[in-house]
Ligand binder design. Structure first.
Ligand code: C2E
Ligand code: CA
Ligand code: CA
Length: 700
């Protein structure tokens, strides 16, 4: 057997070895060492001799550490010898082998793109560890061979740096490659023997140094030990050659399994969500000492792009996006497509948090670039959620959830935004989940209902409308929308909430029809999720008509952001147009906070704008605000759109608004939102006053 002949080079176990060692390190150690040595020399099977070599070097380590004459630094050296340096050789051989194999491939598959970075990462960990240990231990050493040892360490580090930098190029080229020809493999192959040679000489010098410090008269024994150590290394290499073939066969099989098991996304060739979860599990088993990060990227308005340009263009964008992300990824990164337009990048080791954050921002900008679709430049807005784990906390499925929570926060911030996960996000998510759980029974018990805030004509003070605002009324506790609508939105209950509100609003409209001749507009807030549903316009219309009510008596309040936001815009726009066509009164809510233009107001057939409270509050005393608010009013007026001011709290504000062309006001100055019976009462009182002699009106 090959390895036997190498082992045999060292000869049989020297007869006096055990006695020598026993005199030196005690009978137990002497015996243990001699036994290991003999087992190693006489072992025929490759894998077993590999194990014996490890045991032998381990025994050297114990020998060094137990010998009372060894200095402290020397005691640490065996660790370098047994654990750290052999790993460098193993991992560099893997990299070299990968390079040779890949350079012959006609196509480069996703498995290669995943496996090569993983192995590159293992090599880096081994090589960096070895460099660090070497520096840590060698500087303190003294004695005649310490200088040579340092020189060897220097050589090792140089070879290591060369190999690592070639390795990095190799990894990047593999990720970008389509065929083996695209891969920069030659320098990695060329640099590896140098690294191995440098590692082995360092290894030998360490042994020689140990030998020297242990006692010069034991030279002959320890030389045998040194030889054994080197032989062990040679055997590791040979065994590794066989191992590599096995690993490769395994890799091929695993790739097939990987594809069969559905761990990858056929469209982009990246691992999918399952693939990512599997990788995260593997990573967390491996553990980490460094900080690690996970970023979720999402393409904004992707549904709209698909709608507008067709599925093929959508697919092309996803593929291009995957390509760009691959380019941006670093060798150790793991990337995957986890859903529709959602991609995840995992960075297993983050050295510098600040640098990393600026990397993410740069990546976001790069990914958000203009892309050509159907010969048209289209802006792709990307946002991202980042979760950064402190050192020692490995990435898990929970990290993915956290980053997704951060992504949601980024979505709320706007296009091209990045948000970093904070524990407050999780707390909010959990409390929303709790609230959502209580929400269903509350809906069933009729606890979710509208209160109504009157809207009055600014000139006459007559109530012309009332906005329905959702309330959660439990015995004597009233909860406001801010406390439960976000939870409803998260849980997908918005539809249920708004249907419940709508039914009660329609009931009130029927009552008002019976008791009052006044033509009151009831305002309904429509959420983006409702407006995103097909046919919702006709459903609402049919319901209203079936009750004998008129669409013109209902104001549909749509947030400026929702009206203009293109997210899933097609159904939203279609629904708004249809609602307007069916005769509903369309109101643009929170006007001024979005980016309405003249053309959007006209195209969307807005009947009235509701100026947001932030432009009303204090307007009578703030000249800068006055300019802005009157510009808003004038913009609407120039298009014949009626103007309502929200959140009017003072008489001063009312007077200013009246003087500046506002038509209707709503706010605490008139009344807060009140329960149904009270709004009926207010309206009735008004009609009685009307029919009476004093034409005094509410709030005027
Ligand atoms: P919004 O549509 O802008 O409603 C106006 C909010 O301002 C209401 O808060 C109202 O009580 C408050 N408000 C009115 N006048 C004044 C005032 O003079 N001063 C101050 N400080 N506040 C005033 P509320 O009821 O808490 O509702 C908050 C938001 O929740 C609403 O803002 C609306 O976006 C949402 N919302 C309420 N009900 C529904 C609903 O049924 N469906 C949907 N989609 N959203 C709803
Ligand atoms: Ca509103
Ligand atoms: Ca509003």
């Amino acid at each position: 057997m090959g390895q036997k002949s190498i082992g045999a080079n060292t000869g049989d176990v020297p007869a006096d070895l055990e006695a020598d060692l026993a005199a030196f390190g005690g009978p137990e150690i002497g015996h243990l060492f001699a036994e290991r040595f003999s087992e190693f020399i006489n072992e025929d099977s490759t894998p077993k001799s590999l194990r014996k070599a490890r045991e032998l070097t381990l025994a050297i380590g114990e020998f060094g550490s137990l010998s009372s004459s060894a200095p402290l630094e020397a005691i640490l050296l065996p660790y370098l010898l047994t654990d750290v340096l052999p790993l460098v050789i193993i991992e560099s051989s893997k990299m070299r082998d990968n390079a040779m194999l890949l350079s012959e491939r006609e196509t480069i598959n996703v498995w290669d793109k995943m496996m090569v970075p993983v192995q590159g990462g293992q090599f880096k960990v081994a090589a960096d560890g070895a460099s660090r240990e070497t520096v840590d231990h060698l500087d303190a050493l003294t004695g005649p061979t310490a200088e040579t040892l340092r020189q060897e360490a220097q050589n090792y580090r140089k070879a290591n740096v060369t190999f690592q930098s070639q390795g990095a190029k190799f990894l990047t080229s593999t990720i970008n490659a389509n065929t083996g020809a695209d891969i920069v493999s030659a320098p990695v192959i060329a640099a590896q023997p140098k690294l191995v040679a440098a590692t082995i000489s360092l290894w030998r010098e360490v042994l020689i140094y140990l030998d020297e410090t242990l006692e010069s008269q034991r030279t002959s024994t320890l030389r045998a030990v040194a030889l054994a150590g080197m032989t062990g290394g040679a055997i590791i290499l040979i065994a590794f050659g066989i191992g590599i073939a096995l690993v490769r066969a395994l890799a091929d099989r695993t790739q097939r399994e990987f594809e069969e098991l559905g761990f990858h996304d056929p469209l982009t060739g990246l691992p999918n969500r399952r693939g990512l979860l599997k990788a995260l599990r593997n990573m967390s088993q491996a553990g980490t000492k460094q900080a690690a990060a996970l970023i979720v990227f999402d393409i904004r308005q992707f549904r709209k792009i698909n709608h507008r340009h067709g599925d093929q263009s959508g697919d092309a964008i996803l593929r291009a996006f995957a390509g760009d992300l691959t380019m941006l990824a670093e060798p150790d990164d793991f990337i995957s497509r986890t859903g529709g337009s959602e991609f995840v990048l995992v960075r297993p080791a983050v050295k510098n948090t600040q640098q990393f954050e600026s990397y993410v921002k740069k990546a976001l900008k790069m990914l958000s670039k203009e892309r050509r679709i159907d010969d048209q430049d289209t802006i792709i807005d990307v946002h991202a959620g980042l979760c950064l784990n402190k050192s020692g906390r490995s990435l898990t499925e929970e990290t993915l959830t956290d980053a997704t929570l951060a992504l949601r926060a980024a979505k709320q911030k706007g296009p091209k935004e990045l948000a970093t996960f904070t524990s407050a996000m999780r707390a909010l998510f959990e409390s929303n989940a709790d609230t959502a759980k209580e929400l269903l029974p509350a809906l069933q018990n009729g606890e979710i209902l509208p209160w109504f805030q009157p809207q009055v004509d600014i000139h006459t003070g007559a109530i012309v409308g009332a906005e329905a605002l959702a309330r959660w009324v439990e015995k004597d506790q009233v909860r406001f929308p801010g406390a439960f609508l976000p939870a409803a939105e998260d849980a997908g209950y918005m539809d249920l909430v708004e249907t419940a509100i709508r039914e009660k609003v329609l009931a009130l409209a029927t009552t008002l029809n019976e008791v009052s001749a006044a033509n009151i507009h009831l305002g309904l807030n429509l959420s983006a999720s409702i407006l995103g549903q097909e046919n919702v316009a006709d459903e609402i219309y049919n319901k209203i008509v079936s009750l004998g009510l008129k669409p013109a008596n209902f104001s549909l309040e749509i947030l400026e952001a929702v009206m203009l936001d293109e997210a899933g815009a097609l159904p939203v726009k279609k629904n708004i147009a249809r609602l307007s066509e069916l005769g509903f009164y369309i109101e643009l809510d929170d006007f001024g906070t979005g980016h309405s233009s003249i053309s959007s107001l006209r195209d969307l057939k807005v009947d009235r704008v509701k100026i947001d409270r932030s432009f009303v509050s204090g307007v009578d005393t703030n000249p800068a605000l006055q300019k802005f608010t009157s510009a808003l009013i004038n913009l609407a007026k120039s298009l014949d759109i009626s103007v309502l001011a929200e959140g009017v709290e003072t008489e001063g504000e009312r007077l200013w608004l009246k003087a500046n062309g506002c038509d209707v006001i709503q706010g605490f100055l008139i009344s807060k939102a009140v329960p149904e019976d009270q709004i009926i009462e207010m309206i009735l009182r008004q009609s009685q006053l009307r029919s009476g002699t004093t034409a005094q009106a509410v709030g005027a």
